[in-house]
Design a protein around this ligand. Sequence first.
Ligand SMILES: [Zn+2]
Length: 317
Amino acid sequence: MIRASVEDFSSELVEIPCPLCGNTSHNLRHSVRDRLNIPLCSKTGRPQDLTYSIVACSSCGLLYLNPRPKLSELARFYDSEDYDPHTGSGSGWMGRLFHLARAFTLQWKYAATTSGMVTGSALDVGCGTGEFLQHITQKGWQVLGIEQDAEAAHIADSKGVEVLAGDPTDLLPVDKQFDLVTMWHSLEHLPRLNQAIRNIADTVKPGGRLCIAVPNPLSYDAIRYGERWAAWDAPRHLYHFRPEDVKTLVESQELKLLSIKAMPLDAFYHSLLSVTCWADHKGGIGNLADSFLTGLISFVIGMNPRRSSGVLYLFSK
Ligand SMILES: [Zn+2]
């Protein structure tokens, strides 16, 4: 296998300062591959097995992808049949399992985000194929979704959900506010992080709630699988937020952290994906058993939400 370093492709990648504190010095933490094997450059057909760098900011400690593909190139890295969140129907047993888990999780998401609220208006930023919005519409909420991926947005639209297709940072309504704003594993995908979080905070009504779910690099499954942890998901995941990072980022916008909760199935999902998503390391009964055991240990450790594989943060305005 050719292991090309990102330095060989510097013309395709851009260095960025820390998105959280602006510091420009950092230390390499992980060299990770793209689990979807999408070439870095479509024109020249670069080797597919190059590695991306996950670095830790020397000042605040934020983990982020650096260097990363140019803004204009990012959309290309979602163009794969194997990208689960954007597929409207399951393919293979992994797809079926994903959809079964998603149906189970919808009930949990609704209860976790709306407890203590009456129905109102809701915005889902990065709504994917629209399942959450479809679910809460049935509970009496007025909903709007924003989705970068045109195909996923089209599927959401076909479910009767109002969706704006395009970059959420550009499409967030400036003249409307919502009782509930949700981001299910979408914050880590937004390239203009500070502008995005400012615009998102502006869409929350005074007294409203902002709910953000992201993977957790401090989880047991992240540590157990190292550079093969599926949720590094380079180059689609641009940041890997620890609980203090999310708090710092969002509270800078005058929202207040209410509570944090463990996402119940993420430990199993991230573990299963970590043993099945690599072309040279697929499945096998030993790996599946390993992923189940890892998921179970991570689930138990994740009863402390700060160590959970996926974390839901609830903020109030
Ligand atoms: Zn920093």
